[in-house]
Ligand binder design. Structure first.
Ligand code: DLL
Length: 431
């Protein structure tokens, strides 16, 4: 078994708690001293740095949201002189002001360490050719995995996203062994590789896919089509980027780099911290980042934590695959619907994971439509066969969601593919 930072990845729970406590005390003191909005928030809650003596006191601190960060855009939450920063990255958010995250060199180092941990956990070594097809630029995907691969000493291909033909050519010519991109782009690349008849020329053994929610069913599909093992990776710009959580070969959730990022699960309505194993909103506190420390940042991602022993030997707590975001969750006619539930049904029923959810409100009632691509096989089937498949799909959707969408079957490959994060939901309601 290989680890990138064995000491941190295999610490006893007691040692980890002691490390987290020491780092938290320091982080809170720094944030209070140097970041006016933190000081104000803590004063409003009647908490002082002296009240935080260890990780058990974290609950005393106020929460932080994306809106707080936006209100103080761009420098409000900066905790070091700007001259000490060497990089910014920014969120892929499409609405409102973007969040800008700052990094000192030490922040970049620890971020890249986390990504290197992920690559090693996916079986990566110095001998691998790491093909990075996440976007480069403000998005953290490309720079993060690129940095991790560099640190590990693997040969790094900074492909960025797009130009699928060139991606495949480099993959075959240079013998890429580990592919890093969004799961939706991995599925698209698989399709294109098969179309080009090049699957036997591909030497990939693993993929490190994240930046969006994806189901176990989609994982199985990608693994089969690309003949690889597909690993999940999680992170967000605000905490640094990818590598906050990463999967090992057990593939039963992502180990959280909790020596740097302390996770909590809360009830998003009552804000109460929930016991281990409960599903709720994930909250992170960055324990060691200097430039842009986050205290109890509400991610909006819905998942659960587990400290059950893992066969890989890592003791880092695991987070379940995020099922979606509280702000992704659609409420349609009063029913909570996650796009990932729709994806699960589609793949179970033999459809590709290319779909669009269209929600609207007509005469005060929500309309709910799912556009689904047919497979080539279905497309050439008789009308009666198609109708039968549609009925089966409707029943499966109703059973999963408790509400029935209108299904519109569309021609194979007619829904636009994404080179980055897929856009699945079109919500036309003006509420
Ligand atoms: O997506 C960072 C990243 C890049 C992660 C590459 C993994 C790989 P943002 O653009 O700030 O950062 O988006 C963060 O994406 O709050 C989740 O909602 C979602 N997300 C990220 N990874 C996963 C995952 C990057 N593995 C937001 N599963 C997060 C589900 C994910 N959702």
């Amino acid at each position: 078994m290989a680890y990138y930072q064995e000491r941190e990845e295999r610490m006893s729970r007691d040692e980890m708690r002691a490390l987290q406590s020491a780092r938290l005390v320091e982080q809170v003191a720094r944030a209070y001293q140097r970041v006016a909005p933190y000081r104000k928030k803590m004063q409003e809650k009647g908490v002082e740095p002296g009240d935080i003596r260890g990780i058990e006191d974290l609950r005393k601190l106020p929460f932080l949201t994306k809106y707080d960060l936006r209100d103080e855009y761009p420098y409000g939450y900066l905790a070091v002189p700007l001259a000490d920063c060497v990089r910014i990255q920014s969120t892929s958010g499409t609405t409102g002001k973007r969040v800008v995250a700052f990094y000192t060199q030490a922040d970049i180092d620890l971020w890249e360490d986390c990504c290197a941990r992920a690559i090693v956990a996916a079986g990566g070594t110095r001998d691998d050719v790491v093909h990075v097809s996440y976007g480069y630029g403000l998005f953290t995907g490309g720079p993060g995995l690129n940095g991790g691969s560099h640190r590990l000493g693997s040969l790094t291909l900074p492909m960025s996203s797009g130009n699928t033909e060139r991606q495949i050519q480099f993959m075959t010519d240079l013998g890429s062994t580990i592919l890093c991109c969004t799961p939706s782009y991995a599925a698209f690349l698989a399709e294109a590789i098969h179309d080009a008849g090049l699957i036997d020329k591909i030497r990939l053994k693993a993929g490190i896919f994240g930046a969006e929610a994806w189901s176990e069913e989609m994982r199985r599909d990608i693994e089969r089509n690309l003949r690889i093992k597909a690993y999940d990776i999680y992170g967000l710009t605000e905490t640094s980027g990818p590598g906050v959580g990463f999967e090992c070969e057990e593939q039963t959730g992502m180990h959280v780099c909790e020596d740097h990022f302390y996770p909590e699960i809360i009830d998003p309505d009552t804000l109460e911290v929930l016991p281990e194993g409960s599903r709720g909103e994930l909250v992170f506190t960055s324990l060691s980042k200097q430039a842009f420390p986050l205290l109890r940042y509400r991610t909006r991602d819905v998942c659960a934590l587990s400290s059950k022993a893992c066969s890989c030997g890592r003791t880092l707590i695991k987070m379940a695959k995020p099922r979606g975001r509280t702000d992704d969750m659609l409420i349609i006619r009063g029913v909570n619907v996650f796009p990932s539930q729709i994806e699960t049904v589609l793949i179970n029923e033999g459809y590709p994971a290319n779909y669009r959810i269209i929600v609207d409100r007509v005469n005060h009632t929500d309309t709910f439509e799912v556009e689904v691509e047919m497979t080539e096989e279905m497309f050439s089937d008789e009308v009666r066969g198609i109708e039968q498949k549609e009925k089966t799909l409707l029943a499966a959707m109703r059973a999963m969601l408790g509400i029935q969408p209108k299904i519109t079957l569309v021609a194979p490959r007619s829904i636009a593919r994404s080179e980055g994060k897929a856009v699945r939901v079109i919500d036309k309601r003006k509420i």
